[in-house]
Design a protein. Sequence first.
Length: 287
Amino acid sequence: MRIKLFRSLPFFALLTVTTGCSYYYDSKADDMVQRQMDAMVFVKGGEFMMGNPGGWSVRHDTWPPHKVKLDDFHIQKYEVTQGDFELFQTVTGYISSDKRYDERRDENPERYEAELPAVASWTDATAFCSWLADRSGKPVSLPTEAQWEYAARSEGKMLKYGTKSGEAKADINMAAGPDKNVSSSRERDEVLPLKPGSFPPNAIGLYDMSGNAGEWVFDYYQEDYYKNSQINDPRGPKTGHTSILPGQVERVWRGGSYQEFIGNTTVTRRSDPQDYAFGKTGFRCAY
């Protein structure tokens, strides 16, 4: 973890530094940890065919479908919110791995509202889950890509979208995304996600597994990894695709995002540099 001068810390941290109310925020953190752990959903392990069975995605990296066997695990029913992420920053002094985090926040403050999904890099999300592990005594981390897809598909069922029916219904079980007439990246950036849990959950009680924030998972990203995936509890390749950013490798994020609709399938894969935090990506933890 890295510490900076307090002028770069979020609002919660400024209050802590200027008023000395560290006990208050420690107490809030205890409550938040309990709430995060209470939101863990048990997922019965099993065997499924991971990846695109055909027609679910146009991306080559979702192919081929391959057999995966998973042990039981738990995963959070909601995406972690910005407010909870900032509380974690306050009590630990953690600063985002993305050097432009504060700059982006100033440019688009509406995206950083407390009730919306957290804006976090893969490194940030990992730090949060590790802190949750330390506070709870459970082996909390980001879910693996296989765990995430299995959970999104309600324990491996043949469901194209992470909804109860497996169908995408605009503004009924998943946000419709930007208006079809929106074409510029700037206009897309002005679109916001919704509060986690705004639509009904999938069949095992998980919210926003398609749409809303794209969700970081544990795995490094390699385009052809599915050709070489392990069968038992795969944890991805040993290293990731080299990013265009110096010294960065890419990690996987899943579920599409609030800037899309049809592409938010349970097999859709995306990737970005692990230290890059931008509006589309958030996370949930698992163990």
